[in-house]
Design a protein around this ligand. Structure first.
Ligand code: SF4
Length: 423
């Protein structure tokens, strides 16, 4: 039995490498290793510097996106390089492919197509975010033989039965970084927990990752120490809830690094919970060189904050920013995420949110809302007749959905970005 692990391309109007790493595939590599199954990894999004641009190839815009007059591209390595890597991996029996944003699915179908052309008998298993949120679409469109919804562990046993591989490990697990999977660039990603204890009405975390499940701090520390040894300097935390139980989780890891006299530059591209940044947490973030600190506010409307899950308040963000600045974090390191284009949201609400963030002396970042199947926000849009189970995931692309269905016009958007960037 030989396996191939594949991270496909991004297809979008824009994409940027904010320390992208296929952590889910790395876990499958560890799982295969402990069952003594040979594997190779083909990562279409490596090696590219981070933060930085990904290689881009303009491609034909799918028909369903004809109303968006912008260049549409494939991001990642070239098609030729991808084909060469698949050929170099040699014949394989099974391919495990991950997927990220649902509206990047053309990258998945392209990759499955190439794999099947080169190796027609290979059994392709597709997991990840797209497979979890759009299983029927993935079943019909991706070309994969099996769609895995939710965390891989939930279906590992059935996959063993299907492929005839041992259910129990036959040798001691090795971690992905010990298996030579790191591409040699000076950054990596890690996760201190799966999932999030909150449940916001626009978020797919629960469905994608399952319930909140922290990892043992010792294991995270060992991972970071190893990565440091092989030259990694920048670490991005992929967590949805990094600061939850700070004392017994992240603090233990950071103290451990200090004991070993090891440091990194840390980044939190996923927003942190402002309520959890007290003066001690702020001190730790400063001391341990957290350079990219993003907080999630989404909106300053108290009514909408409450209605969407009550994860944050304006006061909490104000206090978190004050604590960070007092601890010596520079204002350039702090960014606040705001959502634009939520169902029923007017430009005025976004403008007020931008002005609030700017009044704190830090930078607002606007994300266009993208609806996620199964969430309360999705159901609202379904009731309005905007979405249905036949909707093409391409239409949920943040740029597309925002342009076609939000209450915010192109002119509003220009104005909002102007005030966002104004000194
Ligand atoms: S706090 Fe963040 S990750 Fe958690 S449910 Fe809300 S939006 Fe999702």
């Amino acid at each position: 039995m030989k396996a191939l692990l594949v991270n496909p391309w991004i297809y979008d109007f824009a994409a940027y490498n904010f320390w992208i790493r296929p952590l889910g595939l790395y876990k499958i590599a560890e799982w295969l290793w402990e069952r003594d199954i040979q594997f190779s990894l083909v990562d279409a999004l490596s090696p590219f510097k981070a933060p930085g641009k990904l290689q881009r190839t303009v491609v034909k815009r799918p028909e369903v996106l004809r109303a968006i007059p912008r260049q549409y591209s494939r991001y990642g390595i070239s098609l030729d390089d991808f084909v060469q890597l698949i050929r170099k991996a040699g014949p394989f029996d099974v391919a495990f492919m991950t997927s990220s944003m649902s509206y990047w699915y053309p990258g998945v179908t392209e990759a499955v197509n190439i794999i099947k052309n080169i190796n027609p008998d290979a059994f392709v298993i597709l997991g990840g975010i797209y497979a979890t949120l759009w299983p029927q679409h993935a079943q019909g469109k991706s070309g994969a033989d099996l769609i895995v919804e939710g965390p891989f562990e939930g279906q590992a046993s059935a996959i063993c039965d299907m492929l005839g591989i041992p259910k129990e490990p036959v040798r001691t697990r090795k971690k992905w970084y010990e298996l030579g999977l790191h591409d040699g660039l000076s950054y990596s990603g890690t996760r201190t927990a799966q999932g999030c204890p909150f449940n916001c009405t626009y978020c797919g975390s629960r469905k994608i990752s399952g319930p909140f499940k922290p990892r043992e701090p010792d294991k995270i520390l060992n991972e970071l120490l190893y990565l440091h040894k092989i030259g990694v300097q920048d670490i991005a935390f992929y967590d949805d809830a990094l600061l939850v139980d700070f004392e017994s989780r992240l603090k233990v890891v950071l103290d451990g690094l200090a004991r070993h006299n090891v440091s990194f530059i840390f980044h939190t591209p996923n927003g942190l919970h402002a309520r959890l940044i007290d003066s001690k947490v702020a001190y730790y973030l400063k001391k341990h060189k957290f350079k990219t600190i993003k907080l999630s506010l989404e909106t300053t409307s108290p009514a909408r904050q409450k209605a969407t899950g009550a994860k944050v308040t304006n006061e909490a963000v104000k206090e978190a920013v004050t604590n960070l600045l007092k601890a010596g974090v520079t204002s350039e390191s702090i960014g606040i995420y705001l959502l634009a284009g939520l169902p029923g949201q007017e430009a005025r609400e976004v403008e007020e949110s931008i002005r609030f963030v700017k009044s704190l002396g830090v930078r607002p970042y606007l994300s266009e809302f993208s609806p996620i199947p199964g969430t309360p926000e999705w159901h609202k849009l379904e009731k309005e007749g905007i979405l249905s189970e036949d909707t093409d995931p391409l239409l949920t692309n943040n740029t597309v959905f925002f342009t076609l269905y939000s209450k915010i016009t192109g002119e509003d958007w220009k104005y909002l970005n102007k005030i966002r960037l104004k000194a």
